[in-house]
Design a protein. Structure first.
Length: 251
């Protein structure tokens, strides 16, 4: 096998697509599928196992949704659990783990409650014969119980967090997700967040050209978790990035 330079080995972007459910903008995910197949890109899809979010329920519904998820899985796309029903029922008052603030489906609930929701979600995936090994919460909002609840349910990966590279904390591996827009950093391994439901035609065209331009740097989930980096330098860089991004969000 060809040896990659350390620089290349440590640079990559995982495409995380949020809010995948029976009700969504199907025309856009279908366009993505054609594009990804063409460029051999394997994204990570955040599937809501029991979607009850009213904002999404207004979109077109596909009855063979879970069949579609299995097809994506068979293509090597990573299926991730994105909350349980995507309904916010607590307010973080900016005290959530990553300090994003806003409403949450998980933050502030008891460990038992959070464990149950994750367990129920995983049951649905199992019934539908879909394998899941990662999670990300709606609105990026977690507390320490969320990580304990994930761990108790055998989930080791969270697609969120600050940093230039995947790292582990509380026995959970985090793949950082830094920006609202698609941005390719010159160094590091992160994930995007892509919300097809909120995209205008123009947004979507920009997304397509971003993907085409950066396709050689786009990696799959397995590649992203290949080298979890816990050395002291990356810990320091995490703290700096967290501070600067929180500052930027204030303006
Ligand atoms: Zn979401």
């Amino acid at each position: 096998m060809k040896k990659l330079s350390p620089f290349k080995k440590n640079t990559g972007l995982l495409i995380r697509i949020d809010d995948i459910a029976a009700h969504m903008k199907w025309d856009l995910i279908q366009k993505c599928e054609i594009l990804f197949d063409e460029l051999n890109i394997k994204p990570l899809l955040g599937v809501i196992p029991n979607n009850k979010d009213e904002e999404f329920l207004k979109y077109e519904k596909k009855d063979d949704f879970w069949h579609k998820v299995r097809v994506w899985q068979s293509k090597g796309w990573e299926i991730s659990m994105h909350g349980f029903d995507h309904v916010y029922n607590s307010d973080t008052m900016k005290k959530d783990f990553f300090g994003y603030g806003g409403k949450s489906e998980f933050y502030g609930h008891s460990l038992d409650h959070q464990k149950k929701r994750i367990e129920e979600g995983l049951k649905i995936f199992k019934k539908e014969k879909v394998n899941v090994r990662s999670f990300f919460a709606p609105n990026h909002t977690y507390d320490l119980n969320t990580f304990k609840a994930l761990k108790a349910n055998g989930i080791d990966y969270v697609i969120d967090g600050y940093g230039l590279k995947p790292y582990s904390e509380f026995q959970i591996n985090f793949i950082p997700q830094l920006f609202y827009k698609e941005i390719m950093l010159p160094f590091g391994i992160q994930s995007t967040q892509v919300h097809l439901n909120y995209m205008s035609n123009e947004n979507f065209l920009n997304f397509v050209s971003f993907i085409k331009k950066n396709s050689s740097k786009i990696i799959n989930f397995d590649k992203a978790i290949e080298n979890i980096d816990n050395n002291i330098l990356s810990k320091l860089s995490r703290v700096t990035i967290e501070k600067s991004l929180k500052l930027i969000r204030l303006f």
